[in-house]
Design a protein around this ligand. Sequence first.
Ligand SMILES: Nc1nc2c(ncn2[C@@H]2O[C@H](COP(=O)(O)OP(=O)(O)OP(=O)(O)O)[C@@H](O)[C@H]2O)c(=O)[nH]1
Length: 199
Amino acid sequence: MPKPLVLASGSEIRAEMLRRAGLSVAVMPARLDEDSVKQGMLAEDAAPRDIADLLAEMKAAKVAGKRPDALVLGCDQVLDFEGALLSKPESPEAAVAQLSEMSGKRHKLLSACVAFDDGKPVWRHVGVVTLSMRVLSPDYIEDYVARNWPSIRHSVGAYKLEEEGSRLFTTISGDYFTVLGLPLLPLLNWLAIRGEIAT
Ligand SMILES: Nc1nc2c(ncn2[C@@H]2O[C@H](COP(=O)(O)OP(=O)(O)OP(=O)(O)O)[C@@H](O)[C@H]2O)c(=O)[nH]1
C-alpha cells in the first residue's frame, strides 16, 4: 500500500511539480534556521553539495517526527557561483547586483532531496545543473528585476526559468526540474521502484 507523501518545503513550485506528475502530496514546511547551518558548514569549508544535502535532510527529519506514517521529502537548493555559495537576494538591488555578477558567466544550481521513512533517511539525491548566462546589459537587468521582483524574490538565482528567466541563458546543461528546485526524475524513479507510484 503506497504511503502518504509529505513535502517538507514551502516552495510552491516543488509542490506543483509533484502534483503535475500526478502525485498526491501534503505540504508541511520545515521551519529551520538555514543561514546558521550554512554559515557553520561554510566555516568548515563544506562543499555546496554537502550543504544542500544536509539542509534537505534536516528539513525532512524535522517533519518526519510529526508524520511517522508518511514518506517525507526534504529539499534544498544552493547556487554555486565560481566557488561561492549565493543565497536568495534580499532586495531588488541585491538581485541586480547578483545578476550583474553572473552575467556572461556560468553558475551551478544544486538541488538536493532526502526522503525519510520510519524516522530515518532512506533515499537521497543531489541534482546538478550548469547554466550559462548571456551577457546582459545593465539596463535590461534593472528592468528585468523591476518587472519580476515579486516573483523572482523567492528564487535563489533571482530568476525563474519557466518565466522570463529563460531569456537570461544561452545554454543549460542538466535537468529542467532540477533548475526549478527538485531532482524530480530521480525521485520518480525511486518512488516507482519502491512501488509507491504506478508505472
Ligand atoms: N519557480 C522557480 N523557482 C526556482 C527557480 N530556481 C530556484 N527556485 C526556487 O528557489 C528556492 C531555493 O530555496 P530553498 O531554500 O531550496 O527552498 P525554499 O523556497 O526556501 O523552501 P524550503 O524548502 O521550505 O526551504 C526554491 O523554492 C526553488 O524552487 C526557478 O527557475 N523557478
